[in-house]
Design a protein around this ligand. Structure first.
Ligand code: NAD
Length: 297
């Protein structure tokens, strides 16, 4: 194996430690608080939410999980979001996806206050990212990918980044983020023709298609950087969208699955929540006279 491993687990743990010290240094205010809305009984979602709650608690961040029945209507869910928007003890709100089919995720994500939208899925934040606005809250997975690349001083400007996948939560924002870093970007998807030939031209490959071990060694230009976002189960074991055994022989850098992008996603969610908290702490809440707010004004 020749590729250098981009160790997301290690970097994420440094980021979490740093956040933890910042939170313990806060004096006279309540800690940052994240609200996670979980609708229905999706087993994978429950595991993701449990991991987020654990990670938040470990750094001293409050994480409130609101478990709602899969039968909840769109209007009732919008009311829950509105309540969280106006609760100034909550600094970040995420809605765990997927939502049940009778609920339009865009309606719900658009209702989250952009300042509390720590997943960056509200079209307003997605739009700010497209406009290359620094104030955008950037969704956690693409932000984590960029942080991993920057941590290893990987040159991005002028490089050809090929993204596999165009979902709103990974492929699209990752493509825009790479474009904002002056990469030349190709977005591929399930209808793309000549996928292999396009990937072969890439200096940076970001695989986010949910197709186990799709990307093979002979698809990769020698020395390319390979970021594997996929989380799949194959014969009972976790694997990515990249055939790690093969591709690590030819890439210059590669992320493992698990231990690559996954832990970075959680760390970036916590970082986004902490940053949202800091920004909101600068805005006083004149109507509130509760004990805690008097401290944080
Ligand atoms: P999605 O199903 O919403 O989107 C998949 C995208 O891949 C689509 O745009 C589709 O067109 C494209 N695609 C599918 N098969 C393809 C193929 N054979 N060739 C080219 N394109 C193809 O999935 P998603 O939510 O974007 O997630 C993608 C993967 O990343 C999944 O495995 C998911 O579990 C994982 N994921 C990981 C993290 C993390 O933190 N590591 C976060 C989110 C998602």
């Amino acid at each position: 194996m020749s590729a250098i491993i981009l160790d997301g687990k290690k970097l994420a743990s440094q980021i979490r430690e740093d956040l933890s010290s910042k939170i313990s240094a806060l004096q006279g205010t309540l800690p940052p608080a994240l609200a996670v809305v979980l609708v229905g009984d999706n087993e994978a979602s429950k595991i993701y939410v449990r991991n987020k709650k654990k990670a938040a608690s470990e750094i001293g961040m409050i994480c409130e999980v609101l478990e709602l029945s899969s039968g909840i209507g769109e209007n009732a869910l919008l009311e829950v979001i509105n309540e969280l928007n106006s609760n100034h003890h909550i600094h970040g709100i995420i809605v765990q996806l997927p939502l049940p089919p009778h609920i339009n995720p865009l309606h719900i994500l658009s209702a989250i206050s952009p300042q509390k939208d720590v997943d960056g899925f509200n079209p307003y934040n997605a739009g700010l990212l497209s406009c290359r606005e620094d104030s955008a809250i950037i969704s956690a997975t693409p932000k984590g990918i960029l942080r991993l690349l920057q941590h290893s001083d990987i040159e991005l400007s002028g490089k050809h980044a090929v993204i596999i996948g165009r979902s709103n939560i990974v492929g699209r924002p990752a493509a825009i983020l790479m474009l904002n870093q002056d990469c030349t970007v190709t977005i591929t998807h399930s209808k793309t023709q000549n996928l292999q030939a396009l990937i072969k031209q890439a200096d940076i490959v970001i695989a986010a298609c949910g197709s186990p071990k799709l990307v093979k060694k002979d698809w990769i230009k020698p020395g390319a950087v390979v970021i594997d976002v996929g989380i799949n189960r194959l014969e009972g074991k976790l694997c990515g969208d990249v055939d790690f055994e093969e591709v690590s022989q030819i890439a210059s850098y590669i992320t493992p699955v698990p231990g690559g992008v996954g832990p970075m996603t959680v760390a970036m969610l916590l970082e986004n929540t902490f940053e949202a908290f800091q920004k909101q702490a600068q805005t006083p809440h004149p109507q509130c006279h509760c004990h805690h707010c008097n401290h944080s004004l």
